[in-house]
Design a protein. Sequence first.
Length: 102
Amino acid sequence: MSRMEKMSLAAADERIAAIEGWIRDDDKWMQGSYRFAAFTDAIAFVGKVADIAEALNHHPFIGIDFKKVTLRLTTWSAGGLTELDMKSADQYNDVYRSFMGK
């Protein structure tokens, strides 16, 4: 499967289950949330997310609620979830772990 080919819901569910903190929230989107000690930490994390999104040319929906950042992913051109979404979520988790010193 190419990174831009739409996954079946079963394949997406299996792959998402292996990505800590992420869920499939409908048939086209997946979502992950991150909590921080301060608003400024949340904003700094969003800056790192932006760098990854630009490098992958794959941009998430970003919601910021004080000390919580929520990211939602889908691949519009494929009409749903693809390996690119999974790769993005993995990279966002890596940055969060690094950011939090884990």
